[in-house]
Design a protein around this ligand. Structure first.
Ligand code: SF4
Length: 331
């Protein structure tokens, strides 16, 4: 039996204003096993960050609302948890790393104090012991403990993100949410930080939800991948299989948009068009206005999840409703 750490079922999240109802997440389901890492991939506006903010119940108020669905974590439905319950969970059992380290660090406190503060908040140890543990955490992420008295501006971008990771891991959380953790870093530092996240995850047996628009980043760290489009997960499965043979036309389009160095492709094939306005989603399959395989029923029939072995896909081609023109019916 798989040891499921986080289980999301049919989650719907809306941003409601007087003018419009923005459907940011439209019925997603996913599981993350203990110690496993799931990459959530998609373009800006697909609903990835909203999914992570829902797990921590940090949706902007008052517009952001969980409309329905459940988020089960250690036997508790976080969708129904009180603010007091969430305060005990955040930073302690579930931590989040944001894209820009400068928004996560306080410029007027030393990095050691900032790590120690999180430890002191969630444990009963003395302030002195918390500071010692802060030094341990710095060493864990490859920063000498002697630098714990320095301020964020004394660190480079990559080092600052290491400090943010030290804060996120300070209380040994069971689940780490990382939202584009390396996007603000240059490519060399990005590789180092990703290698470190992978190493720490393995050593500390932390489950990871890694959010990224970058298929390469996800490939370096994740075991499974979920592809998100217009608030829905359109494809989900083991990373190696999805990367080897995408089932969904959108996944195929994402791979067609990135250059492959060892292949002589004449031309990249980017996905035509733009992500739909989440306040005005198209009927039928949400991808049909951009899909090169769209056929008549795609504009009227909403696809349901089809299971293909250990993979899932949301497309009428796999329900047998329309002709499968991708030629990957068997996986
Ligand atoms: Fe394309 Fe139709 Fe499949 Fe949607 S259901 S992804 S439009 S083929």
């Amino acid at each position: 039996m798989p040891d499921i750490q986080l289980s999301i079922r049919d989650l719907r999240v809306h941003y409601v204003t007087e003018e419009e109802d923005v459907k940011a997440v439209n019925g997603i389901s996913l599981d993350i096993e203990r110690g496993q890492s799931l990459g959530l991939v998609g373009e800006t506006g697909a609903g990835k960050t909203t999914t992570a903010l829902s797990i921590l119940k940090l949706l902007p108020k008052p517009t952001g609302q969980i409309a329905s669905g459940s988020i089960m974590f250690k036997g508790k439905d976080l969708a129904l948890a009180s603010e007091e319950e969430m305060r005990k969970i955040r930073g302690n059992e579930i931590s989040m790393i944001f894209q820009d380290p400068m928004t996560s660090l306080n410029p007027i406190f030393t990095v050691g104090d900032q790590i120690a503060e999180v430890i002191a908040l969630h444990t009963t140890i003395s302030a002195q012991e918390a500071l010692k543990r802060a030094g341990d955490m710095l060493e864990l992420v490859g920063i000498p403990r002697g630098r714990s008295n320095e301020f964020p501006h004394q660190f480079s971008g990559g080092m600052k993100q290491r400090v943010v990771i030290a804060i996120a891991l300070a209380c040994n959380p069971s689940l780490l949410l990382a939202d584009e953790p390396t996007t603000a870093l240059d490519v060399t530092i990005q590789a180092q930080v990703l290698a470190m996240i992978h190493d720490l995850k393995t050593r500390m047996k932390t489950s990871l939800l890694l959010i990224s628009h970058d298929l390469g980043v996800v490939a370096q760290v994740c075991d499974t991948v979920a592809i998100m489009y217009a608030g829905k997960i359109v494809e989900h499965g083991p990373l190696a299989k999805v990367y080897e043979k995408p089932l969904h036309p959108y996944t195929e389009g994402l791979f067609g948009s990135i250059p492959v160095l060892h292949e002589k492709k004449k031309r990249l094939k980017p996905i035509q068009g733009l992500m739909p306005n989440p306040a005005d989603l198209p009927g039928g399959c949400v991808f049909h206005p951009r899909c090169p395989y769209a056929q008549g029923p795609c504009s009227t029939t909403v696809p349901r999840v089809t299971e293909k072995g250990d993979r899932k896909v949301l497309c009428l081609m796999y329900e047998g409703i329309i002709e499968n023109r991708m030629g990957v019916a068997d996986v």
